[in-house]
Design a protein around this ligand. Structure first.
Ligand code: UDP
Ligand code: MN
Length: 242
């Protein structure tokens, strides 16, 4: 029997929200035994998102987890998607017993082969992510079958300089670590979370995607569209021409 794959997706209201979630849902619809945790950075769940989720036929949870005011007010880089992901972890702790989870932002691009790969995760797995930073790639480096370090355009003193889309974790492994959490620290979310999984060291990493030779996840970004009046009205997956 296939163990469940929990996909933790932070999302927030903006003109691109419905198209991003449409594209992502169509990827997930091609994968077996997915449980999609869609967590909105909002006080109230968006009804168009609920309707979209219902139409997919996927097993899903639609939760909310607003970014705390103190981070929202902050100038400069904000910890985007952190309260959402921690809410996802909270849901997993309360409801899941086995399988694997993966943090999948709503705007990235996922090869369906990725999901068969991450199902293999026993502890924490890692794999390359394309279109990351100025280097164009974020990945563990495997030389002659041995892990020698990380390739990433922004090392910044991180122990695990990886992208959010570049790792997956076993549910059982998480449940054995009740204090694991993602810090509200812009740029250090992945590193902080992975370091909170004590005991967990680079030697424990499982390398996927043919020993990190294949790119199955892409950190794509969508051009920002004009947030015009219709966002508050009907044009949010529905036209407003009557
Ligand atoms: N996000 C969020 N609230 C925000 C900004 C972003 O919940 O105020 C979500 C967003 O939908 C995405 C994740 O957090 O799933 C990462 O944000 P973004 O894609 O903007 O980050 P980037 O790709 O630029 O690192
Ligand atoms: Mn993004």
């Amino acid at each position: 029997t296939l163990e469940p794959l929990y996909i933790i997706t932070p999302t927030y209201r903006r003109p691109e929200q419905i198209p991003e979630l449409t594209r992502m849902s169509h990827t997930l619809m091609l994968v077996k035994n997915i449980h999609w945790l869609v967590i909105e950075d909002a006080a109230v769940a968006t009804k168009q998102v609920t309707r979209l989720l219902e139409r997919t036929g996927l097993k899903f949870e639609h939760l909310t987890a607003p970014m705390p005011e103190k981070y929202k007010q902050k100038k400069g880089a904000k910890p985007r998607g952190v309260s959402n992901r921690n809410r996802g972890l909270q849901w997993i702790r309360a409801n899941a017993t086995n399988g694997v989870f993966y943090f999948a932002d709503d705007d990235n691009t996922y090869d369906i082969a990725l999901f068969d790969e991450i199902r293999k995760t026993k502890r924490v797995s890692m794999f390359p992510v394309g279109l990351c930073t100025k280097f164009g790639l974020s990945s563990p480096i495997i030389k002659n079958g041995k892990f020698v370090g990380f390739y990433d355009g922004w090392i910044a003193g991180r122990k695990f300089p990886v992208d959010m889309a570049g790792f997956a974790v076993s549910v059982k492994f998480l449940l054995q670590r009740p204090n694991a959490t993602m810090p509200f620290k812009a740029g250090y979310e992945e590193d902080g979370f992975l370091k909170s999984l004590v005991p967990f060291e680079p030697k424990d990493i499982e390398f996927l995607a043919d020993n990190c030779t294949k790119v199955l996840a892409w950190h794509t970004q969508t051009k920002k569209n004009e947030p015009s009046a219709p966002l508050n009205m009907k044009l949010y997956g529905e036209t407003n021409l009557v």
